[in-house]
Design a protein around this ligand. Structure first.
Ligand code: FAD
Ligand code: SIN
Length: 532
């Protein structure tokens, strides 16, 4: 069943740090809709642990943050964007505090704000502001509490956006956004929404892999929708694997924050020896691509199911006060991190590539923006440095808000959107096809497109993706859509973009490592840009 279209000034798809940051920054005379697939809080933001990087320590400098980011990004960071993001660290933290986010403080510090700063991989200073080990929960909860008080913002939870609608301006060849089609998953109805400005803030695509630190909503929807609508996408080969997720049958790749290593945690082989010093002189605090690859190497070399992360040499009081959530969750899984090493493995964590945008979050389509993990801004290069993501969400939320405000000064006209037509489709009795294809995709992406790649394995993955795409297209044309099906459709598109990008990069750089081209090559010191 379909219902009539709803009309807004701005539609924000996604309610994490990027989406809520934008909603709260837009002028209150604009009529704004926020959509999320599940409840408003369910996204990567809520689960962020380590914190948000910002230069606040008097011995730290913006230049040092800039240099660390560029070094972690292995030659591919866009330096103007790094400059922009790094320079806004302090004001982003101030904005969060004004919006009631409470960060950890240490009364013994000399600094005026007393904010405790932790350390993570790639950072040469303590510069990670945090709320113990549950920074994301503090940010998400405070921002969610704010948006519900705004009269100009209407929130649509449990609404899954299916696709974007665009039109060509009659006076130019420019493509413009006009709206989107939405599945209300509680009522099982599809309807359209109209707006001259839409922002994709839909998070990443890590669910394309069998093992991931991400929540279920990270299915690359924004990237796939923008691609189908005609936007370019960049650097999808750079999928980040977080080095340390707890291995336990019920833990579902539960993340053990890099801040544990920042506060002295060591990576050990089963015999208790360290291995990171022989891979990088920054040892456990090398950037993630290096640590994840070193763990993968040791696991394969020794034929072991995990390595170990050990912070038991610090006092129990220290560990419990810095990592209260991690300590509690590990105890639930039967591990006492204050006394014993934790078994850990890498898992898919962050999508460095995404929808290409300019410094205002604007994509190739007029009125369509992308911000947060969905976007490719050029900040992260070939490997994101820890705790630079939420900062990027907040900075681009502000940039995007300023651009949208200017856009509305010209009072744009709303264009009509075609009604959703599902008159030719029936209910499926073949839900098994969706779950089977989903499991197959995640397994072969893990096996063939993981931390270490080869051209042959990538080609194998590409062949399987072509088969899945055909089945999905048939299904889409014949059956009513469900959330599971829509997510699978988007994941297959994300997988195709990852594999195609990886096949184009005939070198190893940052997060992309292939045995066929194990070295860096100056010829490939450029972004991988795919055009629809
Ligand atoms: P998200 O917070 O993922 O939100 C995505 C939103 O989009 C959700 O509301 C979802 O429902 C919605 N959505 C998606 N598709 C659709 C659709 N089709 N229709 C409607 N709505 C849709 N980064 C840091 O900087 N510091 C950290 O300490 C840190 N720790 C992390 C720990 C974990 C366990 C994880 C998973 C990530 C961590 N990251 C960290 C990364 C960071 O949390 C994310 O990159 C960032 O929060 C992404 O924010 P976002 O707003 O772009 O997306
Ligand atoms: C972590 O706490 O290790 C995650 C930090 C990040 O992904 O930026």
């Amino acid at each position: 069943m379909s219902v009539n279209s709803l009309s807004f000034d701005v539609i924000i798809i996604g309610s994490g740090a990027a989406g809520l940051g934008l909603a709260l920054s837009l002028p209150e005379h604009l009529n704004v809709a926020i959509l999320s697939k599940l409840s408003m809080s369910e996204g990567s933001t809520y689960y962020a642990q380590g914190g948000i990087s910002a230069v606040l320590d008097e011995v730290d400098t913006l230049d040092s943050h800039r240099r660390d980011t560029i070094k972690a990004g292995v030659g591919l960071c866009h330096e103007d964007i790094v400059e922009l993001v790094v320079s806004k660290g302090k004001e982003s933290i101030k904005w969060l505090m004004e919006n009631n986010v409470e960060f950890s403080v240490d009364k013994n510090l000399r600094s005026k704000n007393k904010l405790h700063l932790t350390k993570e991989g790639g950072h040469s200073h303590r510069r990670v502001v945090h709320a113990n080990d549950s920074t994301g929960k503090a940010v998400q909860t405070a921002l969610s509490d704010q948006v519900v008080t705004r009269a100009n913002i209407k929130i649509f939870e449990h609404h899954n956006v299916i696709d974007l609608a665009t039109t060509s301006d009659t006076n130019s060849s420019e493509k413009k956004i006009v709206g989107c089609y939405v599945l209300d998953t509680k009522k099982d109805i599809v309807f359209s929404m109209q707006a001259p400005c839409i922002t994709l803030a839909t998070g990443g695509a890590s669910k394309v892999y069998l093992y991931t630190s991400n929540p279920d909503v990270s299915t690359g929807d924004g990237i796939a929708m923008a691609w189908r609508a005609g936007c370019r996408v960049a650097n999808m080969e750079f999928m980040q694997f977080h080095p340390t997720c707890l291995i336990h049958p019920e833990a579902k790749s539960f993340l053990i924050s890099e801040a544990v290593r920042g506060e002295g945690g060591l990576l050990l082989r089963p015999d208790g020896t360290r291995f990171m010093p022989s891979f990088d002189n920054r040892a456990e605090l090398a950037p993630r691509d290096i640590v994840a690859r070193a763990i993968d190497h040791e696991m394969k070399r020794l034929g072991i199911p995990s390595v170990f992360l050990d912070i038991s040499h610090r006092t129990a009081k220290f560990t419990k006060s810095h990592f209260p959530m991690l300590n509690e969750r590990c105890l639930e899984f039967g591990f006492d991190m204050t006394k014993e090493p934790l078994p850990v493995v890498p898992a898919a964590h962050y999508t460095c590539g995404g929808v290409i945008t300019d410094s205002n979050g604007l994509t190739d389509i007029a009125g369509l923006y992308a911000i947060g993990e969905t976007a490719f801004t050029g900040l992260h290069g070939a490997n994101r440095m820890a705790s630079n993501s939420i900062l990027e969400c907040l900075v681009f939320a502000k940039q995007c808000s300023a651009h949208i405000s200017d856009f509305f000064k010209t009072q744009p006209k709303k264009s009509n959107i075609k009604a959703w037509d599902d008159s030719q489709v029936i209910n499926s009795d073949e839900a098994i096809v969706v779950s089977h294809n989903w499991a197959e995709l995640q397994q072969f992406m893990w096996d063939y497109v993981g931390i270490v790649r080869t051209t042959k394995r990538l080609q194998r993955a590409k062949d399987r993706i072509s088969l899945l795409k055909k089945e999905i297209d048939d299904y889409y044309g014949n059956f009513h859509v469900t959330s599971d099906f829509l997510e699978l459709r988007n994941l297959v598109t994300a997988a195709e973009l990852i594999v195609d990008s990886a096949l184009l990069r005939k070198e190893s750089r940052g997060l992309h490592f292939t045995l066929d081209f194990p070295n860096k090559d100056e010829l490939f010191k450029k972004d991988t840009i795919l055009k629809p």
